[in-house]
Design a protein around this ligand. Sequence first.
Ligand SMILES: Cc1ncc(COP(=O)(O)OP(=O)(O)O)c(N)n1
Ligand SMILES: Cc1ncsc1CCOP(=O)(O)O
Ligand SMILES: [Mg+2]
Length: 498
Amino acid sequence: MKHDLSPAVERARDAALGAADRNGTGVVRLTDWLLGLLEEDEGKPASLLERTGADLADVRAALGDRGDWLHPPAPSEYTIYAAARERGLVLRGDPALTSEFVFLALLNADAGFRDQLAGVGVRVDAIEALLDAKLYVAAPADDAEPVFVVPESTEHIDAARVVDANLNRAREAFRVLDDYCRFVLDDRVLTEEVKAMRHDLAAASARIPPALLLAARNTPGDVGTDVTAGGEYARESPSQVAAVNLKRAQEALRSIEEYGKVFGPELGRAVEAVRYRAYTLERAVLAGATARGRLAGAKLYVLLTGAQCVSSLDFTIAEAAAGGAQVFQLREKTMTDRELIDRAERMRRWTRDAGVLYIVNDRPDVARLVGADGVHLGQDDLPVAAARRIVGPDALIGVSTHTPEQVRRAVLDGADYIGVGPTFPSRTKEFDHFPGLDFVRFVAAETSLPAFALGGINLSNAGQVVEAGLTRVAVSSAIAEEDEPQPVAARFRQILGG
Ligand SMILES: Cc1ncc(COP(=O)(O)OP(=O)(O)O)c(N)n1
Ligand SMILES: Cc1ncsc1CCOP(=O)(O)O
Ligand SMILES: [Mg+2]
């Protein structure tokens, strides 16, 4: 039967037959065919090898010299051409007998021989990927336009290799972070954010066909696998493990973003969005841990407005602190700025003397000016990031929350604690909506960030808050309107579990 061979295939066949004649056996070996195909430096088989990272001279030398190799006989010409046509049809929709598909057919003809070739850097899967036209017009299912249409090129294999390695790195880092948020922080909001980031990264990377990523993978040939940095095996604490893996995820995402640009702008953009979220996550996870530390034992938080106190402010602070209140907030809503700064400075002294934390309500500027420990922000006050620029990295920032979404946002914005309420009708502030104890229950199950229930909490109903799952409360009238704040504060502490 006459086959319609390309000139390059004809030359390779003649070379193989000639080699068989010369060695006296008359048996044409796979080696003879391959050497025939690789004879031309500029030929497609040689260029495929080089594009996929193999050294042409090494491969030729191994085929020619390796006495320890098995050199199986080549299949019949008919079988070789049938396999080549089939590969050409599947990968390109074209059954023409050209050298690259005959090359591929020969590489796949004998598994043992293919393994020997892998030992000298011949990566059949990568060669197949380069020949696979589908890979270059891949588009995610929900995109109307192809995301990238490129000619086959070594650049894409190289970039896919970097992206593949960094996707694995990022996935592994996210897995470690998932464990930290879930088992160490016990925080559902953060755990779900890590999961969502993993999912979004996977969706973004689907823009590169998985077959291409797999084909580009070359772990044995990775010169970095046995290079370890000092300190890689030393971790002092779970939070250090989290910190290291947050950095690892960010670095891997940056690399995917940069090398992903080789496939078009969309991948870079989508991964950039995940990377920014990784920075936010870092703040939420790590600074949250510091804040958790500072507020670890804080159970009773007192909001004070001078005019509401039946005694003087300084007496109320000293007495409530002596009874066990640990955090005090200056909440003045009607003062001029001059009056406010004056009071805020005094309150700094009184709270320092009492050894308690001091938070200023609403005003990051005032908090910073008087050296308060932090600021409390409502939903209509400055956002966390803006306040953080004023108060600095070490100050505590609290956020009022009234809905599940506000809790999620506060956690991810890097709030250090949240106010949760209003729980009950309040004598201090009027409300027309009460998320109540159901919301307290939700918060208790959702986040490990310090969360203070507030709104109408007193000694009679504080137990219900504890039953609903929170053991921290913020109160105003229950302390400010008492002649003797100390025993009241002490009783709160008992109810809240010491
Ligand atoms: C600890 C704590 N939680 C909630 C609030 C309420 O803040 P906000 O909603 O901004 O209302 P005002 O207190 O500013 O009227 C808070 N102050 N403290
Ligand atoms: C400011 C504020 N925000 C929600 S409840 C509340 C007031 C808390 O005061 P009280 O403990 O007297 O109800
Ligand atoms: Mg406010």
